[in-house]
Write a protein that binds this ligand. Structure first.
Ligand SMILES: C[S@@+](CC[C@H](N)C(=O)[O-])C[C@H]1O[C@@H](n2cnc3c(N)ncnc32)[C@H](O)[C@@H]1O
Length: 252
């Protein structure tokens, strides 16, 4: 990933604690941050004050955002996972961002039910298309990947769809949802669902990811293929899929 200088400067300053139990979806998060940065540069949004990040993991995106968007006054970053919450809390303290970022435990919008609307909602949701028995197999395998919080249900879209369907209610009149996911679970479906839920969709970034670079190479491929997805090949015969960043702007 080639970063624009301001993003790079801030990333180099960031202190991050890692935990192998907590999902580090750097590829997705970096693409989201870079795409958002490019979009905001062209579109001049100075009105973003309140931000919600759903599924913050170790807090990476939320830690970068105040530098990317200086108008931000408050970020609420949530997660259902106990380790993620501990790690994100630790990272907020390490980077002295407690005045901007509050970490909350809970599923999807539940921790912010009584909050004022947000100008920006961000998510890199769990999105592996896995059934309960597939999760069991993966948990019994040698993979250390934190599979429980990576599953997006059998379609892979369970959390993506729930976030898109509920965002309108939690967005301010100028608000927008920014969500990153792979084309394994379908790009068009996201655009359709955004439209049906009062959001104007726009693909603000996309990038190929090699299958061999994913954590689930060995076990994941048959799962994706049995769901009907066929991987494309690059000029070197390497299989890849695409990751996209969608922005859904509230339609007033
Ligand atoms: C793919 S990871 C993304 C982590 C982080 N945002 C990043 O980009 O590095 C998904 C995160 O969503 C969290 N999660 C899973 N189900 C959730 C739910 N129902 N509500 C909120 N967070 C959830 C997981 O614990 C995990 O930390």
């Amino acid at each position: 990933m080639t970063y624009e200088k301001p993003v790079l400067t801030y990333l180099s300053k960031l202190e991050l604690e890692h935990d192998s139990n907590v999902n580090d979806s750097d590829y997705y998060s970096d693409l989201l941050l870079q795409s958002l940065f490019n979009f905001l540069k062209k579109n001049n949004f100075n009105s973003i004050k309140r931000v919600l990040e759903i599924g913050t993991g170790r807090g990476y995106i939320s830690l970068v955002l105040p530098n990317l968007i200086p108008s931000i006054e408050q970020i609420i970053a949530t997660d259902v996972d106990h380790y993620a919450i501990l790690l994100a809390t630790q990272n907020v303290q390490l980077n002295r961002l407690g005045h901007k970022i509050s970490i909350r435990t809970g599923s999807l919008f539940e921790p912010v039910e009584r909050e004022q609307p947000f100008d920006l909602i961000i998510a890199v949701p769990p999105q592996l298309p896995l059934s309960k028995s597939q999760i069991k197999t993966l948990l019994n395998s040698s993979d250390t990947y934190h599979i429980h919080t990576s599953s997006g249900g059998e379609s892979g879209r369970m959390l993506v769809d729930q976030i898109i369907a509920s965002s309108y209610r939690f967005l301010s009149p100028v608000g927008m949802l920014v969500i990153a996911h792979s084309d394994i679970i379908g790009f068009e479906k996201t655009e359709d669902l955004m439209r049906r839920n009062g959001l104007v969709p726009q693909l603000i970034g996309s990038k190929a990811k090699l299958l061999k670079e994913t954590t689930l190479t060995r076990l994941g491929k048959p799962i994706f293929e049995s769901g009907g997805y066929s991987f494309r090949q690059n000029d070197f015969g390497e299989e890849y899929f695409n990751v996209g960043v969608f922005l859904g702007k509230k339609q007033n």
